[in-house]
Design a protein around this ligand. Structure first.
Ligand SMILES: Nc1nc2c(c(=O)[nH]1)N[C@H]1C(S)=C(S)[C@@H](COP(=O)(O)OP(=O)(O)OC[C@H]3O[C@@H](n4cnc5c(=O)[nH]c(N)nc54)[C@H](O)[C@@H]3O)O[C@H]1N2
Ligand SMILES: Nc1nc2c(c(=O)[nH]1)N[C@H]1C(S)=C(S)[C@@H](COP(=O)(O)OP(=O)(O)OC[C@H]3O[C@@H](n4cnc5c(=O)[nH]c(N)nc54)[C@H](O)[C@@H]3O)O[C@H]1N2
Ligand code: SF4
Ligand SMILES: [Mo]
Length: 762
């Protein structure tokens, strides 16, 4: 497909889903996409430097690099992500002369991204139909003036996406708080917020506790609600190693994802010619939202087994020394009803008992999970139940055991560590205020869902997005877009064009920035930035390519200049020094954030350093100082008769809101994205037929029906009662108020829909 066409689904082709992931075709696909974006020379440069010591941290997912690196320490998708950024295509001022903002708004996400890298700052002035060039100083003054004129600092929103580096993230939250607000919504609000909520409450820290070595050493690993073959491809190499060391894997998913079944390692001869490694020893084809019931069942089986053989099953020593609430939990868990469990999970009792047997044999257990869990209404109780499950047998704070929320964006975890959170604890705010001589606001800010409500209700009128694509990542697309359009000023610090640039406040700005792969030279010389992966390893990343344009500023520079322009010169916060030398930012991080002592020295080593996780020394920063057993009421999705639970998920060829191509190879979907996957028996039960065109209609308590039109109904082995379609095309169906309990994470995997034959029958 040529880059200048808008894709259509006319050539949609369906083949049987694959039963293995990542072999030779995967490498070929990576090269094909890279070479469609840039020259063989730049492709070589990026691929030689990706994930190497002193190289570029992969801008893809947050899976960690192993200590011993291969020459090719990246996956097919990592190669696509980096070369999507390193593309040779450019969006210049003539482009914005050619298209009105409204015309751009009618283009697809794919098309917008394919136009290439942004090259100079642009402004859309009130009443104008076009973006036009603007000087950096003028753009930043415009924003500063607007900020200074707001009735209250809480009328401003500062959104962050997880590609932002530590240094810029630290400065952004410092600026927002020095300006006077905690309004720091981020992509994490829509991603692992449920993990953060559940882990903070039960273990006292909202992060995972395992390292890559733990994964290699574990006896048993659960992979729940996660599609690593596509979203964390190198996790498959790690699981392969687990298997080689004698461990086993249980996969829990509503779809039989290829990567969970069999893996062929692209960097090993065996991977190229052999049958590859079976990943899941047992696959649980669970119903949507059934994971809470599954872990409740496993917990009740463990308690029963302990009753039958006292002292042989539970780790009493661990529980007594480290945990609170065991008795109440045990009493509650014993009441679990098999009838409920079987209805919620759609599994058989034998299947669950087989898992239980595996658990009894395993000396160390890790549970990994991702969006299939966090984006369900009962995501937080599900993760709390996972913590109960691990604690029963002392599976915390020892090798090969622990909690593993597998993070999304390469630095989403780091951004949180740096203070990008609308509800940072008071201890952090106190230290920050002391270091920089101001009093940070204490009132919690808006998260992503509340930020949309605030714009909708006219309570927030200034929006700055630092990376990301807010209007496509958020739920209820129409409501969100209307909310954004009510703002007086919207601005985005971005590398590439996306839909958020076309949904403008009265004034709108595009502030183009350096990407991970671009060389970053400041007054103090060549700079590097740092990131933290999903396993709390902090390391440096250095851009290697000539920047996409001479007119780009780094994120650190843009934020520092905006801060100076808004707040004026301040001896306490030396924004000029921060911009000139990022080492000075890291010095301040050392003084404010625990675990970062001597940051500059320690990050200089080839692999960086690991932040301590107190859980591993059995220290729990909860109010009682103990890890907390929780009682979680049984819950399951209960759609009305004739309705399905729809999940909105990623294809193999996309990065979040941005499709790279129209294919989802492992699931057998080619040349089209407007498809909805449903079990053949559900299709018949609904009186529909395979491959017919349907509209997806979501219902909600507000009585409003939300509709996404014209999807091809594809018979697919989904678990019964569930359906799957792609994000962001289906975000229009997620009601703004449909959120996970406690975490406020949109329920992107639990949308209640009915399928209607499409008005246009295609
Ligand atoms: N190539 C690529 N890599 C990425 C991304 C990308 O867009 N493209 N995005 C990054 C980001 S930000 C994130 S957060 C991660 C996301 O990584 P994932 O969480 O793997 O992403 P999703 O595609 O949302 O897939 C959710 C998985 O959960 C399953 N699932 C859905 N509902 C349920 C359920 O109720 N129970 C169970 N047990 N399973 C269920 C789905 O079938 C699917 O396999 O990936 C990161 N990596
Ligand atoms: N329905 C539904 N909705 C979802 C999800 C889902 O599964 N289903 N998943 C949710 C999840 S897990 C997440 S994390 C969010 C993702 O939400 P976001 O993080 O907001 O979205 P992305 O698509 O990752 O953002 C892509 C844009 O980031 C910009 N960008 C890329 N690299 C850089 C960089 O280095 N610097 C700067 N400044 N900009 C850069 C580019 O302009 C690009 O267009 O979406 C959420 N929304
Ligand atoms: S697994 Fe994730 S971080 Fe590693 S190369 Fe692939 S996309 Fe990049
Ligand atoms: Mo994410």
């Amino acid at each position: 497909m040529g880059a200048l066409e808008d894709p259509t689904d006319d050539r949609l082709e369906i083949t049987p889903p694959k039963t293995w992931a990542t072999g030779v075709p995967a490498v070929a696909h990576a090269l094909q996409y890279s070479l469609s974006q840039t020259s063989p020379r730049r492709t070589m440069l990026t691929l030689l430097n990706i994930n190497q010591a002193k190289g570029i941290d992969c801008p893809g997912c947050a899976w960690p690099e192993p200590g011993k690196r291969h020459m090719n320490e990246y996956c097919e998708n990592g190669a696509k992500h980096i070369n999507d950024e390193a593309t040779s295509r450019r969006v210049r001022r003539e482009f914005f002369e050619q298209y009105t903002v409204e015309e751009l708004g009618r283009k697809s996400d794919y098309w917008l991204n394919q136009q290439g890298r942004l090259t100079e700052p642009m402004v859309k002035r009130p009443g104008s139909e076009h973006y036009e060039p603007i000087e950096w100083d003028a753009a930043l003054s415009l924003m500063a003036e607007e900020l200074r004129g707001l009735g209250s600092p809480d009328e401003a929103l500062f959104y962050t996406s997880g590609r932002l580096n530590n240094e810029a993230a630290f400065l952004l939250q410092l600026f927002a708080r020095a300006y006077g607000t905690n309004n720091l919504p981020d992509c994490s609000n829509m991603c692992h917020e449920s993990s953060g909520s559940a882990l903070m409450e039960t273990l006292g820290i909202g992060k995972g506790s395992v390292s890559l070595d733990d994964i290699h050493q574990a006896d048993l690993i659960f992979v729940v609600g996660q599609n690593p073959g596509t979203n964390h491809p190198r996790m498959l190499s790690a699981l392969e190693e687990t298997k080689r060391n004698g461990g086993s894997v249980v996969a829990v998913n509503t779809l039989p994802e290829a990567g969970l079944m069999r893996f062929k390692h692209p960097q090993r001869p065996r991977g190229v010619v052999g049958r590859g490694t079976v990943i899941a020893d047992q696959f649980l084809h669970i119903r949507a939202g059934g994971d809470l019931a599954l872990f409740q069942a496993l917990n009740s089986l463990l308690l029963e087994a302990e009753d039958a053989a006292p002292g042989a099953v539970l780790d009493h020593d661990f529980i007594e020394k480290n945990c609170s609430g065991f008795e109440a939990f045990a009493e509650h868990a014993r009441k679990t009803s098999w009838e409920d469990v079987l209805a919620a999970t759609g599994l058989t009792r034998e299947e669950i008992e087989e898992v239980h047997e595996r658990v009894l044999k395993a000396k160390s257990v890790i549970v990994c999970w991702a969006m299939g869990v966090t984006q369900q209404k009962h995501g937080v109780p599900t993760i709390r139940e996972i913590v109960n499950f691990l604690m029963l047998r002392g599976n915390l704070g020892k090798p090969g055991a622990g909690v593993c929320p597998v993070r999304g964006h390469s630095n989403v975890q780091g951004d949180r560590t740096m203070g990008v959170w609308e509800q940072m604890p008071q201890t952090f705010l106190d230290v920050l205020g002391r270091e920089f001589g101001f009093t940070p606001p204490t009132k919690h800010g808006y998260d992503s869902v509340n930020a949309i409500r605030a714009m909708r209700d006219g309570k927030a009128t200034f929006f700055l997005g630092v990376a990301g694509n807010f209007v496509r990542a958020t739920p209820d697309s129409e409501v969100t877009e209307q909310a954004m359009r009510r703002c007086r000023l919207t601005a985005h610090i971005s590398t590439k064009l996306n839909r958020s640039h076309t949904v403008c406040g009265e004034t709108a700005l595009i502030l183009p920035t350096l990407g991970r792969s671009d060389r970053d030279i400041q007054a103090g010389g060549e700079q590097f930035i740092t990131v933290e992966d999903s396993m709390s390893m902090v390391h440096a990343s250095r851009g290697r390519l000539a920047p996409a344009s001479d007119d780009l500023l780094s994120e650190v520079a843009i934020i520092s200049r905006l801060a100076r322009s808004t707040l004026g010169h301040s001896p306490e916060i030396p924004w000029e020094d921060f911009e000139a030398d990022y080492g000075t930012v890291r010095d301040r991080i050392s003084r404010v954030i625990p675990g970062f002592e001597d940051f500059n020295e320690r990050v200089a080593g080839p692999d960086g350093f690991q932040l301590p996780n107190p859980v591993n020394s059995l220290t729990f920063r909860t109010p009682t100082g103990k890890a907390v057993f929780t009682c979680n009421d049984f819950e399951m999705p209960r759609p009305p008769e004739g309705y399905l639970i729809l999940q909105s998920m990623r294809s193999h060829d996309q990065w979040n809101t941005i499709p790279y191509a129209m294919n989802d190879r492992y699931r057998g979907i080619h040349n089209g994205r407007r498809v909805v996957l449903v079990h053949p028996e559900d299709i018949s039960a609904l009186g529909l037929s395979g491959m017919q065109m349907v509209d997806l209609v979501s219902v909600w308590h507000d009585g409003c029906e939300r509709r996404a039109e014209s999807f091809r109904l594809v018979p697919y082995p989904t678990s019964r009662g569930s359906a799957a379609a792609y994000y962001p095309e289906t975000n229009v169906l997620v009601p703004l108020d449909s959120v996970a309990d406690i975490s406020n994470c949109p329920t992107s995997k639990g949308i209640v829909v009915r399928l209607e034959p499409a008005a246009w029958a295609g």
